[in-house]
Design a protein around this ligand. Structure first.
Ligand code: RTP
Length: 151
């Protein structure tokens, strides 16, 4: 069981300032919780502009980079780490106009610059994002009995 937990893929998820200010924290968290993705870290913070630039460093050459970093640092963000492989399916396509109904963005967001949530796009970016946002002592390790029934 310990080995299983250690190997389980981890993903970083953040509810962006628009999701927090629209009062969607509980709605978004409940989607992951109901699916059965185990929460191992969570906190609320206002990221600095420099921190946002680090988080989005891959996009630094894109025309929307400055606006995106300004927006991420404009208010509280709820940062989470979960054990899950398929977070992106629940989140939906980057552009909410193209995300399927049933996904978080498809159901709750309208425009690409205000798509309420971010999730790692693969195991490598997940590791980088988790290291950027969380200290090791902020992660909890526990056995969820529900895993026996869901997975
Ligand atoms: P995320 O990292 O936020 O989950 O988003 P993603 O992988 O689905 O999309 P990515 O290409 O990494 O873009 C990061 C965020 O930038 C904003 N964006 N704006 N044309 C635009 O104005 C534009 N394109 C992307 C979105 O908020 C996207 O989530």
């Amino acid at each position: 069981q310990e080995a299983h937990a250690a190997q389980m893929e981890r993903t970083f998820i953040a509810i962006k300032p628009d999701g927090v200010q629209r009062g969607l924290i509980a709605e978004i968290i409940s989607r992951f919780e109901h699916k059965g993705f185990k929460l191992v870290a969570i906190k609320i913070l206002v990221p600095s502009k420099e921190f946002a630039q680090k988080h989005y460093h891959d996009l630094k050459d894109r025309p929307f980079f400055n606006g995106l970093c300004a927006f991420l640092s404009s208010g509280p963000v709820v940062a989470m780490e979960r054990e899950s492989k398929y977070g992106r399916k629940l989140i939906g396509a980057t552009d909410p106009q193209k995300s399927e109904p049933g996904t978080i963005r498809g159901d709750l967001a309208v425009v690409v610059g205000r798509n309420i949530i971010q999730g790692s796009d693969g195991p490598e970016t997940a590791k980088d994002e988790i290291n950027l946002w969380f200290k090791p002592q902020e992660l909890v390790s526990y056995k969820s009995n529900a895993e026996k029934w869901i997975y």
